[in-house]
Design a protein around this ligand. Structure first.
Ligand code: NAD
Length: 503
């Protein structure tokens, strides 16, 4: 759907050096990690792990079974009591040691992540840095817990609130930030005194396995366990397992529903970080240059395979032409390439052929619906699953591309006429993860942010996160929070102990 005036940016920059990003010595053991060691799987079935830039198979991991899960849960259960009894200071010191170990292996982890996901090295290096910071934050936060003051709230009765770990947590992670999403769960889960069994995405297990290998000598056996495999078997068993006290998933809405259903029989707690479709509301008084340049990053970071991606612009009609021109200028300048093609590569491939087909399917249907690609609009040459960075304009209200999570390098631009319309249309999606408002008007910046139904709202920014502040959604984006003390709270339970001291 490219136009004559703007052909799809033609090329994918390829690595000049033919040596691959990773060698055999960089790979983690291709097994499950249970009770502090890599163990043989219960079957010999394997899953191919593919480099999406080259389409080469770079590893094979075991296809886990319910039996593998049961073994890992038993190990986590046995480790839960002793781990919960460790002092916060002791758990904190171990989490700092984990952070140090990760930081010391940044370059290796970044190369592995880029080889498995296709993401630019700048992105995977940033992921490792954020993972390190997540461990450091949780290591500090667990030593500074706060709650209602102990005191007398009923006559002659002293109330004390205890915060206890839940026990064994099942964790299921996605492919878009394999290491970082694992860190977002592992750090608060362990800090709070729980043990866990983690299932990485079957497509991207390498950095999670490498993480287990790197920290195996730091953490007590059984505290962290990793079982490879598919969602329908390994994920489902974790969600239904009677000895798993809570199941935490980052993934799609469909997987969230499946996990919540499977968890219902045991009434275990459920923590869901699901999809997003972030509106970017640009008012006529906004700094259009700043907004366009922010979208170059926030719309296309990780090739748009980002739950908070700035993918749906709603711009005031009076500045739409000028804004689109600036945005298209930024997007045309993006450097698309393999991870090893240079430090300035900004956009990599889609993670898999299936996801590439899904994204290009959205683009084809958009064309049939009458949307126009102001730049990009289709696939780029292989090998690898590359899609051109795309800006879709002439987007009518309710168009599929502006409602559904595409999860690729695609930004749609719609227009609005007044504040009420902007708010109504921004909120008119089933997902509520994040949004941004662009305005120089102080009243508007407060009022519109308050009226937007999203778990994070940025004002004059987008996709900036910090370990101290919560991340999580409303509506179809799930419930529960990652990062911050709110995540730590999510992985604990409160117990009220009341002492009668009257005579
Ligand atoms: P996905 O739902 O396909 O897979 C996520 C994980 O769930 C995988 O490990 C998968 O094996 C597992 N799974 C699939 N079906 C399951 C089932 N029936 N039972 C248990 N587990 C099951 O998602 P994905 O394609 O890997 O990731 C992309 C999605 O993740 C997007 O929708 C994105 O928005 C979302 N995401 C959200 C956040 C957030 O913080 N809210 C962060 C990253 C990604």
């Amino acid at each position: 759907m490219t136009t004559a005036a703007d052909p799809t940016p033609a090329t994918v920059r390829r690595a000049a050096d033919p040596s691959p990003l990773i060698g055999a010595a960089d790979l983690p053991p291709a097994r499950h990690f249970v009770d502090g060691t890599f163990v043989e799987p219960s079957t010999d079935r394997v899953i191919d792990v593919v480099d999406p830039s080259t389409e080469d198979v770079i590893a094979r991991v075991p296809e886990g079974t319910a039996e593998d899960v049961d073994r890992a849960v038993a190990a986590a259960l046995a480790a839960a009591g002793p781990w919960a009894r460790r002092l916060p200071r002791e758990r904190s010191e171990l989490l700092h040691a984990v952070a140090d170990r990760l930081a010391g292996n940044t370059e290796l982890l970044a190369r592995l992540e880029s080889a498995n996901t296709g993401k630019p090295l700048a992105v995977s290096t940033d992921d490792v840095g954020q993972a390190v910071d997540t461990f450091r934050f949780m290591a500090g936060a667990v030593r500074a817990a706060t709650s209602l003051a102990a005191g007398e709230y009923a006559e002659n009765h002293l109330s004390v609130i205890l915060r206890e770990p839940l026990g064994v947590i099942g964790v299921i992670t996605p492919w878009n930030y394999p290491l970082l999403m694992a860190a977002w769960k592992i750090a608060p889960v362990l800090a709070a005194g729980n043990t866990l069994v983690l299932k990485p995405s079957e497509q991207t297990p390498l950095t999670t396995l490498k993480f287990a290998e790197l920290v195996a000598d730091l953490l007590p056996a059984g505290v962290l366990n990793v079982v490879n495999g598919y969602g329908a078997t390994v994920g489902a068993r974790l969600a239904e397992h009677p000895d798993v006290d809570m199941i935490a998933l980052t993934g799609s809405v469909g997987s969230g529903r499946a996990v919540a259903r499977a968890a219902a029989d045991t009434l275990k707690r459920v923590h869901l970080e699901l999809g997003g479709k972030a509106p970017v509301v640009v008012f006529e008084d906004a700094d259009l240059t700043a907004a366009a340049s922010a979208l170059r990053v926030a719309g296309f970071w990780n090739s748009g395979q980002e739950c908070g991606a700035a993918c749906r612009v709603l711009v005031h009609e009076s500045v739409a032409g000028e804004f689109i021109e600036r945005l298209v200028g930024e997007v045309r300048a993006l450097v698309v390439g393999e991870p090893a093609a240079g430090a300035d590569v900004e956009v990599g491939p889609m993670v898999s052929k299936a996801h590439f087909d899904r994204v290009t399917g959205f683009l084809e249907r958009a064309k049939k619906e009458g949307l126009r690609a102001a730049t990009g609009g289709g696939a780029l040459d292989g090998p690898g699953h590359f899609v051109a960075p795309t800006v879709l304009v002439d987007v009518p209200e309710g168009a599929e591309a502006a409602r559904e999570e595409i999860f690729g390098p695609v930004v749609t631009v719609e227009t609005f006429t007044d504040e009420d319309e902007a708010v109504r249309r921004a909120n008119d999606v089933p997902l509520g993860l994040s949004a941004s408002v662009w305005t120089e008007n102080a009243r508007r910046s407060h009022d519109i942010a308050a009226r937007l139904d999203f778990g994070t709202v940025w004002v004059n920014s987008h996709l900036v996160l910090a370990s101290e502040v919560p991340w999580g959604g409303f509506k179809g984006s799930g419930y529960g929070r990652d990062l911050s003390i709110y995540a730590l709270d999510d992985y604990t339970r409160t117990k009220h102990v009341m002492h009668h001291h009257g005579r």
